[in-house]
Design a binder for this molecule. Sequence first.
Ligand code: BG6
Length: 514
Amino acid sequence: MSAVKETFGNPFSSQFMRMRQAGPFHLVIFGASGDLTQRKLIPALFNLFLDGYAADQFSIVGFARREKSDEQFRAEMGASVRQYSRRQPESEEQLQQFLAHLHYVSGSFENEAGYYHLKDRLKALCLSYQMPSNALFYLATPPDAFPDIIRNLHRGGLVSPVFDVDGWTRIVVEKPFGRDTATAWELNGTIHAAFRERQVYRIDHYLGKETVQNILVFRLGNSIFEPLWNRRYIDHVQITVAESLGVGSRAGYFEQAGIIRDMIQSHILQVFTLIAMEPPATFDATAIRDEKVKVLKSLHLPSPEQVPFQVVRGQYSPGSLGGEPVPGYLQEAGIAPNSSTETYVALKLTIDNWRWSGVPFYIRTGKRLPKRVTDVAIVFKEPPHMIFDEAGRGSRHTNLLRLRLQPQEGISLSFGAKAPGPTVKVAPVHMDFMYASSFGASSTEAYERLILDALTGDSTLFAREDEVELSWSLVDRIVANWQSTKLHSYSAGGWGPEAADDLLKRDARDWLRL
Ligand code: BG6
């Protein structure tokens, strides 16, 4: 059986998911007892199985420290499917059919011995499924385990072409990818000692969201907006990623990361690059990622003196959400009582290129904000010569395009219209596209799409090494100047510190109400 081809057609076409089948594969999940495996990966794989994307010849091998039999692993993963899958199995038999493809190998990440067992097990599975040794290794562990796993996969002879002659080997690396440029660079070095770049899939689940993929289709599949997509017509852009949840049970991780590493370096800069990049010449992984890298290279890195004026950091204090009192960050379990970790960041970014010169991108993200909403607002300039008097004019946000990435996914366009009446009053009106009413509810989860892409060898929606390193340079510059950036407090359930409003007020602008 031949290995699956490395590239496919347009990954954004609606037929794309339906056309594809993953071919024979082994998917080895490191961190098989973890939260991500239970909540996201196994349910996603079950849904791919239901939709027929997986051929009959596939195995999913869990690898983790704890001793466990295949049966135990299957029972646990069956419970995850029942609890977290977007669709329930039609019958117990159907669930069992899926679970029969699950296997378990116990081993420590640091010790080579487990990897020899894994290799033996994969060989045995190749024989029983009569399939080549195509293997996707998925690192769903805490990041400190990544280097050991990668080295041991290599030493254990699991990375092709050593592993076998007729199979492919790929690796999916979860975020966080390093904690600064130096560690990302080091991790890339460790990976490249074992894998070629084309075998590496750095996952960012935001790129698996339909609405995020639609940014490119919206921009480049239409002729209406692209002519306006530049400094001549756009006044500024606002990107908001708000969450009502607090730090939850992830205190250990979050204390180290803070929201700048957790959200800005990854998800938000991904959305930002899709909004700001130049149109690629073709629709393939290299062309798209080249353009993303180009715009990241044009990003103006604030000087140490600029950081305190362009970046606002905050931490939530006790407050209330949905009428319920909620604790402050310092009162959450596992948080140091004097922690200065930020749970909110607002920043102003500028891009030094022809398209965006003079157009600020204002970004804000925070935990314990009033609601969960991810929104990109393109605020257009006012008409160059306004013939209506001040009293008759609409707000500064009259000409506005909003990409609602989640929830209530859709796009709305606002413009000024004459409000009925004897005087001329310009009032903003809206045209709305809602995914749910046009296409029905989204039929796939981000992880389904991305796992299928990795299984079929399409890396378009994964970050390349240079992209990740460049996104860290911005974060490094900001974090290096945290000392001079005051940590503001904001009440849980509010829209962040006042200083974030001042950031825009200084430019005679304000945040949109969401
Ligand atoms: C994760 C972050 O990557 O994304 C979390 O680590 C965050 O802190 C989550 O809550 C947000 O994802 P989504 O898909 O709910 O917007």
